[in-house]
Write a protein that binds this ligand. Structure first.
Ligand SMILES: Nc1nc2c(ncn2[C@@H]2O[C@H](COP(=O)(O)OP(=O)(O)OP(=O)(O)O)[C@@H](O)[C@H]2O)c(=O)[nH]1
Ligand SMILES: [Mg+2]
Length: 309
């Protein structure tokens, strides 16, 4: 599946094409078993531009330099492979299993968190649709009682996908909504309960404390829950996503990352940067606005997609 593309599907030059153009002008140097200092600097600049962030970029460049010094990078193909492997290794480092966790007994409780507009509610629609296609009984709870229209937005997704909807009164306490939804999910024999939350800026301390409370109340109602706390990040915001991820992970035990809107950017390096920054697996990528636009994360495929041909 093609993941990264610019809005409007305008053909773009891949990262690899740009690297080839500016960082690999001197193939003669490569053939002699080296990469020029100028090429390495250009490579560094292009990786930073693609949102890999400083730590990942420096490591990738150092790795290419090391391989070149050893004589393992003499052709453009070897250069491409060295980079692709380096990116893949980053994505496979630490906690990197994309599979969703399971509950000892149903219901599986999935809590969805993130800043405003990141794509949380849309992701809930997509994930419900996946589970339902697997024959699971899915319930979604309107834990965003803050934004006008949020409850209805989730209801529409529930109707569209066939999930059961647990509503709430506008302004209700999101922790009680989650608590009651678990009661309902248990009583109705749901396999999965997905809890939406209001978008909140990671810099807003009060709202982060509220989120901690939601997670705590869920854990109290059902020990071991939430089994997954998925942080949804907008893939088009660049390095800001790294700070968001760190703050959310400090407030609640984030178990997986969902990076959305990758259909709207050619700079997906932030996926690698965020994974490394908080050592949490990337589980899904969002690549559009409809229920089917969800990709289960695959490190090898994504590394090659990021680099391109
Ligand atoms: N292109 C694209 N758009 C997306 C994707 N995911 C979500 N969107 C759009 O992004 C906008 C915000 O999505 P929501 O799901 O409402 O985001 P949210 O995080 O629930 O927002 P709040 O509830 O306000 O915090 C909507 O217009 C979605 O259609 C994606 O993967 N690709
Ligand atoms: Mg929402």
């Amino acid at each position: 599946m093609r993941i990264l593309r610019k809005a409007g599907d305008v053909p773009k030059r891949s990262l690899w094409q740009r690297i080839k153009d500016v960082a690999l002008t001197d193939v003669g140097v490569l053939a002699r078993g080296g990469v020029s200092a100028g090429s390495l600097e250009e490579l560094e600049r292009l990786l930073l531009e693609a949102d890999f962030g400083v730590p990942v970029t420096l490591r990738l460049v150092a790795e290419v330099e090391r391989l070149a010094a050893r004589g393992s990078v003499k052709t453009q193909e070897q250069f491409h492979e060295a980079l692709a492997r380096g990116i893949e290794a980053s994505l496979r480092g630490g906690n990197s299993d994309p599979a969703l966790r399971t509950a000892n007994a149903p219901p599986l409780i999935v809590l969805i968190v993130g800043v405003n507009g990141a794509g949380k509610t849309t992701f809930i629609g997509k994930l419900s649709s996946r589970f339902i296609a697997q024959g699971k009984r899915v319930m979604v709870a309107a834990g965003d009682t803050f934004r006008a229209g949020a409850i209805d937005q989730l209801r529409v997704w529930a109707e569209r996908t066939g999930a059961e909807f647990v509503g709430a009164a506008a302004g209700a306490d999101p922790a009680s909504v989650a608590f009651d939804a678990i009661d309902r999910a248990v009583a109705r024999g749901a396999d999965v309960l997905i809890v939406d939350t209001a978008g909140r800026l990671h810099t807003s301390e009060g709202l982060m404390i509220e989120l901690e409370k939601v997670a705590r109340v869920i854990a109290k109602r059902l020990p071991g829950a939430p089994h997954e706390t998925l942080l949804v990040l907008d893939g088009t915001i660049g390095q800001n996503a790294v700070q968001q991820a760190k703050t959310f992970a400090a407030a609640v035990p984030v178990t997986g990352l969902v990076v959305t809107k990758l259909d709207g950017t050619a700079r997906g390096g932030v996926v690698v940067a965020v994974h490394e920054a908080i050592d949490v697996p990337v589980k899904f990528l969002g690549v559009g606005e409809s229920a089917a636009d969800l990709v289960t994360f695959d490190a090898a495929a994504f590394a090659r997609e990021l680099l391109g041909e």
